[in-house]
Design a protein around this ligand. Structure first.
Ligand code: PMV
Length: 368
């Protein structure tokens, strides 16, 4: 009969760039003007989980995000769907007597349901995890034989940064040379087990939607900034090599210096754009100051900061002890309820709060 359903489920964490992607050389294929490097977070805290189903009873492609139906008509969704269907292969389930032939995928429709395990309103980038997961899950459903690198180049066409979330650990998005985008894909630099001491704390400064989308921001920067050219041609190629070395050697001091410098240059490019783009706010600047002063007073970097197209701070510490100290300092300088700008923290490890011994504002104040 036509009542059968075949399903696949996948999960992808979001990733945080330590060498930023900013600027496209081809807007249609989403090809960047420089390489970028990121850390894929653990799936426990910031990830998308997607289930895709196919059935002859479905009359059109449909998708739900966090339980609410969203439109798939956007060009980016359509490109991913088209590309995956084109590479689909036969799927069979002998037990249930189901055979989906390669050519069947062109007329069969899919229903997709995706959930983020973090509040969408938290102002944390969700498109990277979302598109990585969508593409990965559909590729699984349709039995693609392509390797993860090839799959990542499909995800890239949904959202550039999404291609890096196909791999765990430390990932490079190689900008590639080809005009068709076939070599613009993600490469895993090191597995998630390579450097497990790192702890990431995200300080949610604002949960508001960003004013300038990354797509239009990048376009304006490429058209008007002189600094972006210098960054893409001279700074990033050298910095990428140094960052790869720092990751290989688990050299936190170099890693932190490069990460902070790259975040600052990305925001300098935004400021060098006409009209200027401000993604960080006063609270973001205060967090940078706090970390810089701490790092200088210790004589060597204790914590790295990085900011994407918004004011939220992503802070990386070399171990849980420093992460606990960082949380103490953040809570001291941005006490809950007093500073409405800092709403919450997303911590890579829940036990850190306990380690920090932070239970009340009184405790925090006596710590300093
Ligand atoms: O993938 P997009 O279009 O959302 O662009 C992401 C750009 C940054 O987050 C600012 C930097 C990056 O490399 O992730």
């Amino acid at each position: 009969g036509s009542e059968w359903v075949v399903m696949a489920t996948g999960r992808s964490p979001t990733n945080i760039a330590v060498i930023k992607y900013w600027g496209k050389r081809d807007e249609n294929l989403i090809l960047p003007i420089n390489d970028s490097i990121s850390l894929t977070l653990d799936p426990l805290h910031l990830s998308a989980t997607t289930t895709a189903a196919v059935s002859p009873s479905f009359t059109r492609d449909r998708m739900w995000l966090n339980g609410k139906e969203i439109s798939l008509s956007g060009e980016r969704y359509q490109k991913c769907l088209r590309e995956i269907r084109r590479r689909a292969n036969e799927v069979s389930d002998a037990e249930k007597g189901i055979v989906i032939k390669k050519e069947d995928w062109e007329r069969l429709h899919v229903h997709i349901s995706s959930y983020n395990n973090f509040p969408t309103a938290a102002g944390l980038a969700s498109s990277a995890a979302g598109f990585a997961c969508l593409v990965f899950t559909l590729a699984k459903l349709m039995n693609l034989k392509d390797d993860l690198g090839q799959i990542s180049s499909i995800a890239r066409q949904g959202s550039g940064s999404a291609c890096r979330s196909l791999y765990g650990g430390f990932v490079k998005w190689a900008m590639g040379n080809n005009t068709d985008g076939s070599d613009s894909l993600a490469i895993q630099l090191a597995e998630e087990t390579h450097w497990t001491d790192l702890v990431i704390i995200i300080a949610v400064v604002s949960s508001k939607q960003k004013e300038t989308s990354s797509t239009s921001g990048m376009r304006e920067s490429v058209q008007t900034s002189a600094l972006i050219k210098h960054r893409a041609e001279t700074v990033v190629p050298a910095r990428t090599l140094k960052m790869e070395e720092a990751i290989t050697n688990r050299d936190f001091a170099s890693f932190a210096k490069l990460t902070c410098a790259d975040s600052n240059q990305f925001h300098a490019v935004c400021l060098d754009t006409s009209p200027p783009i401000f993604y960080m706010n006063d609270t973001s600047h205060r967090i940078i100051n706090l970390v810089e002063k701490w790092n200088i007073s210790e004589g060597t970097p204790q914590v790295a900061y990085t900011f994407d197209a918004g004011p939220n701070a992503v802070l990386v510490s070399p171990n849980r002890k420093t992460a606990a100290l960082l949380l103490q300092r953040l809570l001291f300088h941005f006490p809950p309820n007093k500073d409405i700008n800092l709403t919450s923290f997303v911590v890579g490890d829940k036990t850190i709060l306990q380690d920090a011994g932070v239970t009340s504002m009184k405790d925090i104040e006596t710590l300093e």
